[in-house]
Design a protein around this ligand. Structure first.
Ligand code: UDP
Ligand code: MG
Length: 336
């Protein structure tokens, strides 16, 4: 049977949290084919831990069904560093699922999420911790101020996506916001309580509320390996984001329908009057073909919008687990 990891890990985490004296930060690292960069990241995280002796750390590597040597490297890291914990999925479930699994496993008072490829500078972690501890924020998150090094076309569409999102949704999605952030336990628990299958974390982070401080930084290129996001994958992800955080497209398609009905009504009156006053028969068939094509296009488009929402509802109704575990640190190899 599929059980949630939460049921096993949460109680221990609670007990450890209550009995600890120093602050404890869990750093979650979603990894998909990141064999080339894991050592670099782990070394950097160890340096950060040394810079913050007042804090204890755990590094939770989530292997999202990698096909390269990622899992072997993580196992080796776990064998030599007891701060390293890991969970490995039965297949690639996507970064959203990996972040969720990491949050379920995290036992820290504070939880950070960071990319494996060093594009999220780990050196910002002490600053994030300060933002929460000293300035009283619930979350300190990173925001890229530029997209240097990224293909121009990708930056262009990303910017358009944020513009559309701002118009369509009440949930604020900040341009350039990264998943890279440090959050309090309270905020992490609220995110865990949002148990939806079609996850769009950038929206969920904002939807749960809490105060967020934004730290700006210049884009950094990944240290090795390659980006897992093709243009098509990003396009589908942006549709997920819109469908998950706005129902405005449904209202727009209804408005479009009403508008076209009005035009149809006017043209019907025009046609009747023309027939009565000037007579004549069926001329104008070519314009008619254009109109029919146009209207069928719009109808299909609107049915498509409806279909998007229906398909997401269908997937949520199935209530499938967000991820399935094949192996995790501590030697539990069963399917979860
Ligand atoms: N990632 C993941 N599962 C996926 C795709 C990506 O866990 O299916 C991880 C990846 O290993 C990395 C992070 O998500 O740590 C960001 O991915 P990537 O660097 O490819 O995205 P980009 O920086 O190009 O937006
Ligand atoms: Mg990256």
């Amino acid at each position: 049977m599929y059980k949630s990891l939460e049921s096993q890990i949460q109680p221990d985490g609670e007990i450890t949290r209550r009995t600890r004296t120093s602050d404890y930060i869990s750093i979650i690292i979603p990894c998909y084919n990141e064999g080339k960069v894991l050592h670099v990241l782990h070394n950097k995280l160890c340096e950060i831990a040394q810079m913050m002796p007042e804090v204890s750390f755990e590094y939770i590597f989530v292997d999202d069904g990698s096909k390269d040597e990622t899992l072997e490297i993580i196992r080796a890291l776990a064998a030599k560093d007891q701060k390293v914990k890991y969970v490995s999925f039965s297949r690639n479930f996507g970064k959203e699922a990996a972040m969720y699994a990491g949050m379920e496993m995290a036992a820290g008072d504070y939880v950070a999420i960071i990319d494996a490829d060093m594009q999220d500078p780990p050196t910002m972690i002490p600053q994030m911790y300060k933002g929460i501890k000293e300035e009283g924020f619930d979350c300190v998150a990173a925001r890229r101020v530029n997209r240097i090094g990224e293909p121009k076309i990708r930056s262009f569409f990303a910017r358009q996506f944020y513009k559309i999102m701002r118009k369509l949704s009440n949930t604020e999605i900040v341009d350039g916001a990264r998943d890279f952030r440090l959050m309090t336990r309270q905020m992490t628990n609220s995110i865990l309580s949002v148990y939806e299958y079609n996850r769009f974390s950038k929206g969920i982070f904002s939807w749960v509320g809490f105060s967020t401080k934004w730290l700006e930084y210049e884009n950094v290129e990944r240290v090795g390996g390659e980006s897992k996001w093709s243009f098509w994958k990003l396009f589908l992800y942006s549709i997920d984001g819109i469908v998950a955080f706005s129902t405005a497209p449904l209202a727009l398609s209804s408005l479009l329908g009403i508008f076209l009905c009005l035009i149809a009504f006017i043209t019907i009156i025009f046609t009747i009057v023309r027939q009565l006053v000037w007579g004549g028969s069926a001329y104008g068939w070519s314009s008619m073909v254009c109109i029919i094509l146009f209207l069928s296009g719009i109808q299909l488009f609107c049915i498509g919008i409806l279909g998007q929402y229906l398909s997401k509802t269908y997937l949520e109704a199935k209530n499938r687990p967000i991820y399935i575990v094949r192996e995790q640190s501590g030697g539990n190899d069963e399917s979860k």
